[in-house]
Design a protein around this ligand. Structure first.
Ligand code: NAG
Length: 181
């Protein structure tokens, strides 16, 4: 009985590993993933707390627009996080590192960990975890982007422009080696 249970347990692990769609090209900082998916697709999860890798406190009070994932993009950078189905977006600032890579491996996709306000405004829920499978795109803004933090809507054309801007921003931070930290 015990042996059988162990056997199925091992089979389950092997299967779940084989089926996980997430392979990290650039593991970093011991337990995170620094690579940026070329299709810019993630699941959205949320977090808040009392300390962060970048300095600013990821406050749990409502109305905050922040994300983690500084290991991918850099502390203090700005991300436009957009719901894929309807192009509702939120501009948020990166103020922490995370999530741990094992969460992304469990989810089978990279994750943007953001403030609870992002879940609320993009998906109408008070909090979100990877198993909700809330599909988003995340794109870096340009350095001189003046849009305030918070929600905005984009047309398909504007979204395409945002992808171009993101790719330029990525190139710049790769050249200056200031992307992930
Ligand atoms: C975005 O569009 C929706 C309608 O699809 C509207 O309800 C919402 O207020 C708009 N948001 C912003 C920030 O303009």
């Amino acid at each position: 009985m015990y042996k059988q249970a162990l056997f199925f347990f091992i089979v389950a692990i092997v299967l779940s590993t084989a089926h996980a769609g997430f392979t990290c090209a650039k593991p970093c900082y011991g337990n995170m993933c620094c690579s940026i998916p070329s299709n810019n697709q993630y699941y959205l999860t949320d977090f808040c707390g009392s300390q962060s890798a970048c300095g600013p406190i990821p406050s749990c009070t409502a109305g905050q627009y922040f994300t983690a994932d500084s290991q991918r993009f850099g502390c203090g950078k700005y991300l436009n996080v957009c719901r894929n189905s309807n192009k509702h977006c939120i501009k948020a600032q990166i103020i922490d590192a995370g999530p741990a890579m094992w969460v992304e491996q469990d989810a089978g996709i990279a994750i943007i960990d953001g403030s609870p306000q992002l879940c609320k405004e993009l998906f109408g829920v008070n909090s979100c975890g990877w198993s909700d499978r809330f599909s988003i795109s995340a794109l870096l803004t340009s350095a001189d982007d003046t849009r305030p933090l918070g929600p905005f809507n984009v047309t398909d054309h504007e979204f395409e422009q945002m992808i171009i801007t993101h790719n330029i921003a990525l190139e710049q931070c790769e050249n200056s080696k200031q992307c992930s930290k």
